[in-house]
Design a protein around this ligand. Sequence first.
Ligand SMILES: NC(=O)C1=CN([C@@H]2O[C@H](COP(=O)(O)OP(=O)(O)OC[C@H]3O[C@@H](n4cnc5c(N)ncnc54)[C@H](OP(=O)(O)O)[C@@H]3O)[C@@H](O)[C@H]2O)C=CC1
Ligand SMILES: O=C1CO[C@H](CO)[C@@H](O)[C@@H]1O
Length: 291
Amino acid sequence: MTPPTITLNSGTTIPQLGLGVWQATNDETERAVRYAIDEAGYRHIDTAAAYGNEEGVGRALAASSVPREDVFVTTKLWNADQGYEPALKAFDTSLEKLGTDYVDLYLIHWPLQDRDRLLRTWDALEKIAGSGRAKAIGVCNFEPHHLQLLIDRGGMLPAVDQVELHPHLPQQEIRRFASEHGIAVESWSPLGGTSNSGWGPNSKPNTLLVDPIVTRIADRHSKSAAQVLIRWHLQNGLIVIPKSVHEQRISQNIDVFDFELDELDLSELDTLDDGTRVGMHPDEMNIGAPA
Ligand SMILES: NC(=O)C1=CN([C@@H]2O[C@H](COP(=O)(O)OP(=O)(O)OC[C@H]3O[C@@H](n4cnc5c(N)ncnc54)[C@H](OP(=O)(O)O)[C@@H]3O)[C@@H](O)[C@H]2O)C=CC1
Ligand SMILES: O=C1CO[C@H](CO)[C@@H](O)[C@@H]1O
């Protein structure tokens, strides 16, 4: 089954399930994206300038038999390129690497700590949206206080806030705030992140995929732990972008439309909320910020 779509405040529709490609090389990305689109039925890819694999995504899009307009492509503006002119330039570079003349969603990767620069960056994204070269614009890692800056400014609201989100960190406050303002929430590290280690200062290795609560629910449905977690995101109305470079897992992660978590499953998963992050807290992140 094709994943359902969500209509963003920009009017664009986004497939609720997509493929993440962080930590994949260009060649791995090309193969994974090609397989995801042509064989597994994905229509949504999440990359970023910082991942260094936009070219791999571009090569896969060019080679695919699925037309460009049928695939939802997201990329992100890296921290070093915040500011009005730098953001416009970085966007052109991303389009060039992706080999496309528009993206479906362009996101600010992190809010950083310089509020004036952040607002100038948002001005640039509005200009890009106005030109039609990004069908929608949005943000990542914005806490409600960051979103409030854009709300107070007037102008366009982000279509999406992409944040770390999984049963250990369900982000209820961000979800409530975003929902009040018509902003869709997208979950990154939806399976709990890469299996070997976390990357934030307070983070722990991924334990979600082997958590006994998750695996017990998976057994009840004859599904995998990853499929249970993906269902949890979908049934919570979230956009979800699990990453894999393995064909069998790419297929498995989209094979989630023939079962449903029931109230008991959902309430058991809710008990996993312990605030554990795999990444950095946005208020502590300033890596790569322009001087
Ligand atoms: N905006 C932001 O700041 C951020 C955005 N992101 C985005 O979110 C995406 C997803 O997050 P990410 O951090 O990659 O982590 P995920 O939670 O998607 O987990 C990915 C890990 O799980 C493994 N995996 C995937 N499917 C399965 C499966 N079915 N069974 C067992 N293991 C599996 C992958 O291994 P393998 O590949 O070897 O199969 C990989 O190690 C990123 O790729 C990126 O696009 C991520 C971090 C920050
Ligand atoms: O998307 C992400 C993954 O990689 C980066 C770290 O190298 C993060 O900063 C970022 O949020």
